[in-house]
Design a protein around this ligand. Structure first.
Ligand code: ZN
Length: 325
């Protein structure tokens, strides 16, 4: 097991094998809580998210999904606009660029993106956006260059989220602000379903946060948390959606095969499972695409009727000497 990226503890972390023996379902490796700080970790290989996602993830063709992504981007921009109305902005994990496009449309922003997947970076570039196609840790970011850095659902994919936050802190100007969204590991769905909770079952996730552990990690990386928008109520609203998806995963883990394709994994997860076939196998690719499309459609229908996924939304700024005092 890797050392804990929050507290550095390495000796007491339960082994992946021990977790597996307890019947961890969902993704490929079971989740364990660090005994030092409570951070939820698993030994998923670093950076597999891109491999798990097909082009469909970044190039949605359904009008419903596109409309959803644009609405989501507009909501996020509204959140940012409460604190900053323009300037130089970097989005880490920009995908096909819906958020950056929303910023450009609003005006007043000079935007740049980083996206590790060529499947996301290519359509973003086709939209005329300035996007670097590389993992964050491979990008040499200029120091004190950005007014705003956003990372929507990125941190939970990273092997070393502390190093990433430190890197982002260094590229922010002294009065720059960081906006994050990650799954909320203390939501009701997570408590009920544990290893089958939708965000634990997503194969690309390697670390999950509660408000307490994310706050501690931000502090350690030199940020002070400015605001935790939507601090109350969200869990209860979101729980219905999470329960619907996670319950299915729980049934699949208990009775493999009962619900068909994708045993042990929520059928509604927007992240498709590991590749079903060799790259040249066209029928398997087609089947995977159709399965992904129907799963995606199900998720967005559920999300519309039951509310959004439970997330922690954090706004942070670089800590100053006065904060430390
Ligand atoms: Zn720890």
């Amino acid at each position: 097991m890797r050392p804990c990226p929050l507290c550095g503890q390495r000796d007491d972390l339960p082994s992946a094998a021990a977790g597996r023996a307890r019947g961890g379902g969902g993704g490929d490796a079971p989740w364990v809580a660090c005994r030092g700080c409570g951070l939820l970790l698993r030994d998923a290989p670093p950076g597999p998210f891109v491999d798990h996602c097909g082009e469909e993830y970044f190039a949605p063709t359904s009008a419903e999904l596109l409309a959803h992504l644009r609405r989501r981007a507009a909501g996020r921009l509204q959140k940012v606009s409460r604190y900053r109305r323009g300037g130089r902005l970097l989005e880490v994990g920009c995908g096909a660029g819906e958020f950056l496009e929303a910023c450009a449309a609003q005006g007043g922003w000079e935007v740049q993106g980083i996206e590790p997947s060529p499947a996301g970076a290519a359509p973003a570039r086709a939209r005329g956006l300035d996007v670097t196609c590389a993992p964050l840790e491979d990008v040499a970011l200029p120091s004190a260059a950005f007014d705003v850095v956003v990372a929507w659902h990125v941190l939970e994919h990273l092997w070393d989220p502390l190093a990433a936050l430190q890197q982002l802190g260094a590229t922010l100007r002294a009065d720059g602000m960081l906006f994050l969204e990650v799954p909320n590991a203390s939501c009701l769905g997570a408590r009920l379903f544990r290893q089958q909770w939708i965000s634990m079952a997503s194969p690309g996730h390697t670390v999950l946060f509660t408000a307490r552990t994310l706050g501690a990690l931000l502090a350690r990386a030199g940020f002070r948390v400015f605001a935790w928008p939507d601090p109350t109520g969200a869990d209860l609203v979101d729980a219905r959606y999470t329960i619907a998806v996670s319950l299915r995963a729980r049934v699949q883990a208990t009775f493999p095969g009962l619900l068909g394709h994708g045993a042990g994994r929520p059928a509604g997860a927007i992240v498709p499972g590991p590749s079903l076939g060799r790259p040249w196998s066209a029928p398997l690719r087609l089947a995977r695409r159709l399965a992904f499309r129907s799963a995606t459609g199900m998720v967005f229908r559920a999300e519309r009727s039951l509310g959004p996924r439970p997330v922690l939304c954090v706004t942070a700024a670089r800590a100053t000497a006065r904060d430390a005092a």
